[in-house]
Design a protein around this ligand. Structure first.
Ligand code: GLN
Length: 547
């Protein structure tokens, strides 16, 4: 039966709860334990699938096809444990399940209330898979005191109460603001946020205090005394240059020890931190630098392409170079020639995206990469646009485009080399979708197998001919144009097992030009860089040497 660690935050948002949870997961693994991380989000959206990447950051997709919060990406990158549908839930999802049950008559006409119906649903969610791991780490989004968060906190209180003593602990993150005028760290907001927790029946066992300055012994004692935690369980969290420093930094501050102490696990197994010391060594001692242009649409918010940014860093680690990624808004290339901008880069990446806006600029970037033999990776939309570019400019299908853009515009303008997929095979069954289905969750989502052509660049990059990658898209490259495109040198080097869906394309006479219909960035880890990102950065290194 798993031990539970609930992770909450107070004082302000964005304290790095997700990172602290992920780092703690990694540290428990380093001590030989198995872990699973979960995220409970108080917002009312049913899932993050339809939330704007501008507002909410990237949508992370799991193997089993759930569209989840980007925090699950952090968890996976730090622990290597593949997240599942049952690792993320929002208030919206909980309420909608409760309401569905009510409509179905499952509650036999009883009055439906937050307590016990909503809280029971949350407790059921917490308990899924508890026999599989040693530790279940459950992060609650938002801050203590938020109205939406209350049912979650109440469910945690009940869950802890119902379990044997010592099975659950609570770790709370707070902020120690620094007053420059008096040169002091203030502990009062931390005390207040712990009081807030106590008022709903919860008491932290471990306090993680974010601070820009070292926490003096005296302040630590004060926090321990007034917040009713042991002094050793007051853990400092200082600002870090890189998120990948977090496991070692938290270990140094004693986080994993404090957690094991709180469970009464003694003696604690010794940690093996070699995975993280190696990651840090690669990160901190690069032997060069390459510049990658990411030409996309959601360039204002860094989190919109979180996994891509991280995967590029991992690709750098694999090659012992620093990757300097620059986000370029593709709309720029609809007004101006991309050459003067893109000449400065060693490689070009066109990421995924939805809608027509900015796509002509991305097509211009793909053309530049093809013509100038600059390493190119196209991810999902970035692959579809590379195919459109090849069709228009090389295979002479001059009006080639995607049905997605015609649907959006409400009129037919293009020859659809990329078309709306209405039916596909998943495992042993056929999935059917109508164009008019709800926007939420109507895509080809999750892990699908692809077969790679032996001898192709991509099979070389993977060192395999059968791969499994995560998908999130509605549209698909049409095999009707395959022959035409292969005749001019764009090879379809990865296909779905039934041969109907193109998964990968690559240019024959080009050092490194690969488009993939899936999202490789979601599976990359610092200690296990994704082969496509490792290969892409390697190509960038080689391109940089040529000039
Ligand atoms: N908009 C495209 C589609 O739906 C690409 C999606 C993506 O890049 N994730 O197929």
């Amino acid at each position: 039966m798993a031990r539970y660690i609930f992770i909450t935050g107070g004082v302000v948002s964005s304290l790095g709860k997700g990172l602290a949870s992920a780092a703690l997961g990694a540290l428990l693994q380093a001590r030989g334990y198995t872990v699973r991380l979960r995220k409970l989000d108080p917002y009312l959206n049913v899932d993050p699938g339809t939330m704007s990447p501008f507002e909410h950051g990237e949508v992370f997709v799991t193997d089993d096809g759930a569209e989840t919060d980007l925090d699950l990406g952090h968890y996976e990158r730090f622990t290597g444990v593949a997240a599942r549908r049952t690792d993320s839930v929002s208030s919206g999802r909980i309420y909608s399940t409760v309401l569905e049950k009510e409509r179905r008559g499952d509650y036999l006409g009883k009055t439906i209330q937050v307590i016990p119906h909503v809280t029971n649903e949350i407790k059921d969610f917490l308990a899924v898979g508890e026999d599989e791991v040693d530790f279940m780490l459950c992060e609650i989004g938002g801050t203590v005191g938020d109205i939406e968060g209350l049912p979650f906190f109440e469910a945690i209180r009940q869950f802890t109460h119902e379990r044997p003593r010592g099975q659950c602990i609570l770790m709370h993150l707070t902020l120690l603001p620094y007053l420059a005028a008096s040169g002091e760290l203030k502990t009062k907001p931390t005390q207040h946020s712990v009081k807030e927790l106590q008022s709903i029946g919860l008491a932290p066992d471990v306090l993680v205090c974010r601070s820009e300055h070292p926490i003096p012994e005296r302040e630590r004692e004060k926090i321990a005394l007034f917040c009713n935690v042991r002094k050793e369980a007051v853990i400092a969290a200082y600002d870090l240059k890189s998120i990948y420093q977090a496991p070692l930094a938290y270990h140094k501050e004693g986080l994993d020890q404090a957690v094991l102490d709180a469970f009464g696990i003694s003696p604690a197994p010794k940690p093996n931190l070699s995975r993280w010391t190696d990651v840090m060594d690669r990160m901190e001692n690069p032997e060069g630098e390459v510049k990658v242009a990411v030409v996309g649409k959601y360039t204002q918010l860094e989190d919109a392409y979180k996994s891509i940014a991280e995967a590029l860093t991992h690709g750098g680690m694999a090659n012992r170079v620093r990757v300097k990624a620059e986000w370029v808004s593709s709309e720029l290339f609809e007004r101006e020639d991309p050459a003067p901008y893109l000449e400065d880069f060693d490689a070009i990446l066109v990421p995924g995206g939805f809608g027509e806006r900015g796509t002509e600029g991305m097509i211009a970037a793909a053309r530049f990469a093809r013509e100038h033999k600059v390493p190119y990776m196209g991810i999902c939309l970035g692959m579809q646009l590379a195919v459109i570019e090849a069709s228009r400019n090389v295979a002479k299908v001059e009006d080639a485009g995607s049905e997605e853009f015609d649907h959006e515009a409400g009129r037919k303008r293009f020859t659809p080399v990329v078309y709306h997929l209405r039916e596909w095979v998943q495992g042993n069954h056929v999935v059917e979708r109508k164009v008019t289905d709800d926007k939420g969750g109507t895509m080809r989502l999750g892990a699908y197998t692809a077969h790679l052509t032996p001898g192709s660049l991509v099979s070389d990059v993977y060192g395999a001919t059968r791969i499994e990658e995560r998908h999130r898209h509605r549209y698909e490259v049409d095999t009707a144009f395959r022959e035409k495109l292969e005749d001019v040198g764009l090879c379809f080097s990865g296909m779905s097992p039934d041969g109907r869906l193109p998964e990968i394309v690559e240019w024959k006479d080009h050092p490194w030009f690969i488009g993939v219909q899936f999202h490789p960035e979601l599976k990359s880890k610092p200690f296990e860089p994704h082969p496509l990102f490792a290969g892409f950065v390697k190509a960038a290194v080689e391109a940089a040497r040529l000039v």
